[in-house]
Design a protein around this ligand. Structure first.
Ligand SMILES: Nc1ncnc2c1ncn2[C@@H]1O[C@H](COP(=O)(O)OP(=O)(O)OP(=O)(O)O)[C@@H](O)[C@H]1O
Ligand code: NI
Length: 302
């Protein structure tokens, strides 16, 4: 942090993700979602520290301790793809979208020169990138178009695991649905997908499981049908996120998330939580998909 303060942006996070499965990571701005993604990709700033481990396969190398050389040579873009939160910063500025897509298509699929133009068009279409913009440079693209270019590139990469950090920001609802459905097809083809999003409707549409993050911790991890349907979320924060949706109760969670360098002792959500008690001054352990001293009862038990 500027001024030399230490921030624990992500804590005690643990999850697995199978091939052909999509996990959505949701939570308010600043809760640590992108920091988690950057840690997995080895893209944290040089002064950041990590503990723990992350593996793409049980016997695979630990991504958190692997060298940058190894990550850039064998992991990033090959075994672990990224649709970055700010795509314009990740596209190569001096090359057109077509040139970047063609190169990736050629490298990944080995398409011969004669077929490259058509394969590149198909790759663009998958991400709803307009063909008449293929010869533009990244700086000539709107945020939404840069997003779609980055998505096209990531889908071509065919990495077994894809991390998509807010892949639908800046897109209107139709394009959100189209992008989400294309990502879901990618999952159904056998790829793993960690999708980071503010958009709970998109999460419901795409994810098999949902992880809710609050102040750097996963507070609930549940199957999508259980989470969005019955019995619903059990953590009061997760329930609050759903209740805040316009198509649901449309009642915002009162208050604001804490600053990560000034977290309360114990449960970080307690100051905003309707169910909080003295118990919440101690940190609830994450067990059974939940970190809460006062989980909401399942509807059937109520
Ligand atoms: N390079 C950095 N140095 C110091 N602190 C950082 C750095 N990057 C992120 N942070 C802090 O880490 C916390 C988590 O940030 P992160 O970008 O992961 O949030 P997020 O959940 O992805 O939010 P958003 O939904 O807005 O993208 C924030 O409080 C942020 O200030
Ligand atoms: Ni983010």
């Amino acid at each position: 942090m500027p001024g030399g303060r230490d921030v624990a942006a992500v804590n005690d996070v643990s999850f697995d993700l199978a091939a052909g499965e999509c996990l959505a990571l949701v939570g308010e701005s600043g809760c640590g979602k992108s920091v988690l993604a950057s840690a997995l990709l080895g893209l944290l700033p040089a002064n950041a520290r990590t503990r723990g481990s992350a593996r793409l396969a049980p016997e695979g190398p630990d991504l958190l301790t692997a060298s940058q050389a190894m990550l850039s040579r064998t992991v990033r873009g090959r075994r672990l793809g990224l649709i970055p939160q700010s795509p314009s910063a990740h596209l190569t500025p001096v090359r057109t979208v077509r040139a970047q897509l063609e190169e990736t298509v050629r490298e990944v699929t080995g398409t011969p020169r004669a077929g490259l133009r058509a394969a590149t068009r198909r790759a663009a279409e998958r991400a709803a990138f307009p063909l008449d913009h293929l010869d533009r440079y990244p700086h000539q693209l709107s945020g939404g178009l840069a997003q779609r270019a980055a998505t096209a590139l990531a889908l071509v990469g065919e990495a077994p695991l894809l991390i998509a950090d807010e892949p639908t920001t800046g897109l209107d609802r139709d394009l959100v649905d189209r992008t989400v459905d294309e990502l879901r097809r990618h999952v159904d083809d056998g790829h793993g997908l960690l999708v980071i999003t503010h958009d709970l409707a998109a999460a419901e549409r795409i994810a098999d499981r949902v992880a809710v993050m609050y102040a750097g911790r996963i507070v609930e991890l549940r199957s999508s049908p259980d989470f969005f349907g019955e019995p619903g979320p059990r953590h009061p924060y997760a329930a609050g996120l759903l209740d805040a949706l316009p198509e649901r109760a449309f009642v915002p969670i009162p208050g604001l998330p804490p600053e990560l360098d000034a977290l309360p002792a114990g449960c970080a959500f307690a100051p905003r939580c309707p169910a909080a008690s003295e118990t919440c001054a101690t940190l609830p352990a994450f067990a059974g998909g939940l970190a809460c001293h006062h989980p909401r009862e399942a509807v059937a038990d109520a």
